[in-house]
Design a protein around this ligand. Structure first.
Ligand code: NAD
Length: 477
């Protein structure tokens, strides 16, 4: 089968001006790291080109950032909610005004397709600030008592898969509730958080209300363990989440954790198959599968298996893998060499354990980190690829006969972040959703996000909710 060829449609890189080096954003100003810190480089995963050198915060820098946030907390929390809202609205508008620049920057540093950073990440980032701006003067109506109080200084540590969006999920509710923030972005994607710091300056946010400290795991550890923080919010791996839960236990710090997932995307034989296939593709190949709530386990009813698999393979053959800045690209670069190695390793294990591996023919660029969209069939629940999070464009396909069997298999995981159901029967969808142990259940769609909707997990996927009215609770006493 041959497909129409597309002409290249590159977004212009010149809309973003990346400096050769960046300092830490502490107390409203960019400063170099102290002698306890250092520097590291951030690369474009699609080309391995160094984008910038970034400061790595050491213990002294963490002290300075927490102290700045502490000083800012009194005046910031004393502002009337309507005044805090003005800053948040201003930030939201600046994000919209600078959306093209932010989208290109995010695609350069992360490797995600520009179509996604432009149409999903950045619009959602602005929407989160707009949404929580609206709450800032209505906190006493949020359902957490007549006089909810902010907690103080929030230490926030985020991963690399949705750098600016995870920042928005954490910073917007924290500020709306009157807290101040020290945020550490992931070491492979620090740039959009640093551009956000610039946006805070542009919005004339009072110094110290938002502090951005870059660095790797050690910087994150120093931040969450700092005695001067009142609240820890972490998104990342279950392993690091466990370490943080241990270090915070016995302190007065409040904690929310958003961790991994291994979501079941369940397709019944009465589902609209073409729509379901779009949902399967979106569920696992969106953002290269670097999605905690990715539909990484496809459960197909046996009676629809052949039809679904044939349609899925046909659809996968049309996915365009390549330059993240090309507007036609569906699947971009894997975020780092380390992540690529993890995806390769687990995929090898899948094949050795006896599952059958399939990818459409696709030419991968010579430079950069790439992995072809892949499915494994003949997967059993005992296979590692059915149990462990791969966090890449790799789908494990299992089958079921009855709704009960689907529930049992879907819930047979230590995680519980999300799930999808595809069926024509509303009653079946509702009955299934009731029994699925997952924080979010999508029906006849997948990977849909909205600031008004709470998001979070069961079991090893973490605790606490981000988004919606529920998301405020994590930042209020
Ligand atoms: P990671 O846990 O290694 O890193 C996440 C962040 O934590 C990074 O900023 C890192 O520097 C920092 N960090 C590392 N060690 C630390 C420590 N000891 N103390 C404090 N901070 C530390 O995870 P990752 O590889 O960046 O992200 C992938 C994982 O994140 C996946 O497992 C994915 O499922 C999960 N994730 C979950 C959600 C969610 O909402 N539940 C969202 C995105 C990603």
């Amino acid at each position: 089968m041959s497909f129409l060829e597309y002409a290249p449609a590159p977004e212009s890189r010149s809309v973003v001006d990346i400096a050769p080096s960046y300092g830490l954003f502490i107390d409203g100003a960019f400063v170099p790291a102290s002698s306890s810190g250092g520097v590291f480089k951030t690369v474009n995963p699609a080309s391995e080109e160094v984008l910038a050198e970034v400061a790595s915060a050491g213990a002294e820098d963490v002290d300075l950032a927490v102290a700045a946030a502490r000083r800012a907390f009194g005046p910031w929390s004393a502002l009337p909610g309507a005044e805090r809202a003005k800053y948040l609205f201003r930030i939201a508008r600046i994000i919209q005004e600078r959306s093209r620049e932010l989208a290109v920057l995010e695609s350069l540093d992360n490797g995600k397709p520009i179509r996604e950073s432009r149409d999903v990440d950045v619009p959602l980032v602005a929407a989160h600030f707009f949404y929580y701006a609206g709450w800032a003067d209505k906190l006493k109506y949020a359902g957490f008592g007549p006089d909810p109080r902010p907690l103080g200084v929030a230490a926030q540590v985020i991963p690399w898969n949705f750098p600016l969006l995870m920042l928005a999920w954490k910073v917007a509710p924290a500020l709306a509730a009157g807290n101040t923030v020290v945020l550490k972005p992931a070491e492979t994607t620090p740039l959009s958080a640093l551009f956000f710091a610039d946006i805070c300056q542009q919005a004339e946010l009072p110094p110290g209300v938002v502090n951005i400290i870059t660095g790797a795991g050690e910087t994150g550890r120093a931040l969450v363990e700092h005695p001067g923080v009142d609240k820890v919010a972490f998104t990342g791996s279950t392993e690091v989440g466990r370490q943080i839960a241990r270090s915070v236990a016995g302190t007065r710090k409040r904690l929310t954790l958003e961790l991994g997932g291994k979501a079941a995307n369940i397709v019944f034989d009465d589902a609209p198959i073409d729509q379901a296939v779009e949902g399967i593709v979106n569920g696992i190949f969106f953002n290269q599968g670097h999605v905690c709530c990715a539909g990484s386990r496809l459960l197909v009813q046996e009676s629809a298996y052949d039809e679904v698999l044939t349609a899925l393979k046909r659809r996968m053959a049309t996915l365009r893998v390549g330059d993240p800045l090309d507007k036609n690209t569906d699947v971009g670069a894997i975020n780092s060499a380390a992540q690529l190695a993890r995806i390769r390793e687990l995929s090898e294990v899948g094949a050795t354990e006896g599952a059958e591996r399939w990818s459409p023919p696709c030419e991968l660029p010579a430079q950069g980190f790439w992995f072809a969209p892949t499915i494994f069939t003949g997967v059993t629940q005992a296979h590692r690829i059915a149990r462990e999070e791969i966090f890449g464009p790799v789908l494990s396909v299992l089958t079921f006969r009855t709704p009960d069997e689907a529930i049992e298999k879907a819930n047979n995981t230590p995680y519980g972040l999300s799930a999808g159901i595809w069926s024509d029967k509303g009653s079946l969808i509702l009955a299934m959703a009731d029994k699925l142990r997952a924080g979010v259940v999508w029906a006849n769609t997948f990977n849909k996000f909205d600031p008004t909707s709470p998001f979070g997990g069961y079991k090893e996927s973490g605790y606490g909710r981000e988004g919606g009215r529920h998301g405020l609770e994590a930042y209020l006493a």
